[in-house]
Write a protein that binds this ligand. Structure first.
Ligand code: NAD
Length: 447
């Protein structure tokens, strides 16, 4: 009995500190996921320390400044007032009772899961771990990562999951810029590496998330996240394919979807576009296809969706060439094209994996001269796959009249589509952004 009480002490202490709201919570990776999560935590009474390898981010936050467009300086200052502190020194996490990991999980050059950020984080954390800590992985990843990759690194120093260390997985469902559903209002799935970890993660997250969805394991929680994103990828591929077949039949896919979505059950609208963007939907499905190979189970649906979605930029560029040809009798070679919107989706300043970058490259490979306009992205920063585009700057829309064609890739709010159609002889619209334009409709081609 004595022994049992002793071995339960780290868990009991952790649970008490959470219940009393006097825990220290460390958030690792202060990006699109980690920063809003820190903000949600900052109101709970716990002490929140944000750690990022990038010292510039820590400095900015400590000075009360944001580097993410939809998070204001005022909300960073409010976090600071509640005691939030940022650091680039991992040793500061030694004091943390709970550590939430929100680092990137991209694909490698060979399009395989790149877990190096998760592994590096775990390695750098390992020397500072102590009995009675909760470690939660938030990064999107394949089923098995928490138990097979994270846990062995964290246990290397002698701590043991469910005895002295509590490990959980809770996928982030952040929708950047969505004002209706902020971090606390989005139901959150949680899975523990055992019942104690499950209890601890639910106790902490239940203090700032309106609704928790506990599942039976970390693997299940990991699978939930991938399933959500694969669902989107497959359905987007489906409407992208339907768009092409309806177009050949002279039917407008947008009108079809608007009518179909009036069905009150059994249908959910997805919309076609210029190709997938952002760093979730184009990437996450391949985390599952990679892991599936280990089990020798084919995942043809996911691969096919990836193929269709990846082909969209090339199809858009073919549409641009055909539209120019039909209107002016000359093709892309030498044409001046203004790409409108390069963020991966409307109203965000994020261009990761944006199809716009591939489209610009394809247009230029066929001899077009391109510029871009994006009110949220004044300059293209360095990217792994489109390095040659780095340094290009957004041009003002007031100069649109000088182009042969405007290609709408991202339908940001606040752009005057009516004025655009009035200024440019031809508009190719991949987002149905011009649906309400009244005049010059003969200049608009949907793609
Ligand atoms: N952005 C989204 O909308 C979204 C939504 C759901 C899930 N996710 C997932 O969440 C995870 C994080 O995505 P994100 O969009 O926040 O990425 P991000 O690039 O915006 O932020 C990651 C942060 O981690 C930091 N970092 C990298 N390595 C580190 C290390 N070893 N130690 C400490 N900090 C480190 C980076 O400097 C960066 O600030 C990914 O797995 C992603 O798939 C993202």
């Amino acid at each position: 009995m004595q022994e049992h009480v002793k071995s339960d002490a780290p868990f009991a202490t952790l649970m008490r500190r959470i219940a009393d709201r006097r825990a220290t919570v460390g958030v690792i990776g202060l990006g699109y996921v980690g920063l809003p999560l820190s903000r949600a935590l900052a109101g709970t009474g716990h002490r929140v320390i944000g750690y990022d390898v990038d010292p510039v981010k820590a400095e900015k936050l400590n000075a009360g400044h944001s580097y993410i467009r939809h998070i204001t300086d005022e909300s960073i200052q409010a976090m600071r007032d509640k005691g939030f502190e940022a650091t680039a020194d991992v040793a500061r996490l030694a004091t943390a009772d709970a550590i939430l990991i929100c680092v990137p999980t991209p694909l490698s050059r060979n399009r395989e899961p790149d877990l190096s950020y998760v592994e590096m984080t775990a390695e750098s954390l390992a020397p500072y771990l102590r009995a009675g800590q909760l470690v939660v992985l938030e990064s999107t990843t394949y089923p098995g990562t928490t138990a097979e990759v994270l846990k062995p690194i964290l246990e290397k120093g002698g701590l043991k999951s469910e005895e002295t260390l509590f490990i959980a997985y809770s996928p982030e469902r952040e929708d950047p810029g969505n004002i209706e559903f902020g971090t606390t209002r989005i139901p959150k799935v949680v899975g523990g590496d055992g019942p104690k970890a499950a209890e601890a993660v639910a106790a902490l997250y239940g203090q700032f998330i309106d609704k928790l969805v506990p599942v039976s394991s970390t693997q299940t929680a990991e699978a939930v996240k991938l399933t959500e994103n694969i669902f989107r990828s497959v359905n987007i591929a489906l409407v992208n394919e339907l768009k092409l077949v309806y177009e050949a039949m002279g039917i407008d896919i947008w009108e079809v979807i608007d009518a179909a979505k009036t069905k009150p059950f059994g249908f959910m609208p997805f919309y076609p576009g210029p190709g997938l963007g952002g760093h979730c939907i184009p990437i996450d499905p391949f985390y599952l296809t990679w892991k599936a190979r280990e089990f020798e189970v084919p995942v043809r649906f996911i691969e096919l969706a990836g193929e269709i979605n990846t082909a969209m930029p090339r199809i858009v560029v073919d549409h641009v060439a055909a539209a120019l040809d039909a209107k002016t009798g000359k093709g892309l070679n030498g044409a001046r094209v203004l790409v409108v919107g390069i963020a991966y989706k409307k109203n965000v300043d994020d261009m990761r994996e944006s199809p716009a970058l591939r489209i610009i490259e394809l247009l230029e490979s066929r001899g077009a001269k391109t510029d871009y306009h994006d009110p949220f992205i004044p300059m293209i920063g360095p990217t792994r796959e489109h390095g040659a585009l780095a340094g290009r700057r957004s041009v003002p829309l007031s100069g649109a009249a000088g182009y042969d064609l405007a290609l709408i890739v991202t339908d940001h709010d606040g752009i005057d589509w009516e004025a655009l159609a009035a200024a440019v002889p031809l508009v190719v619209d991949t987002r149905n952004a011009t649906r309400d334009v009244k005049t010059n409709r003969d200049r608009i081609v949907k793609a």
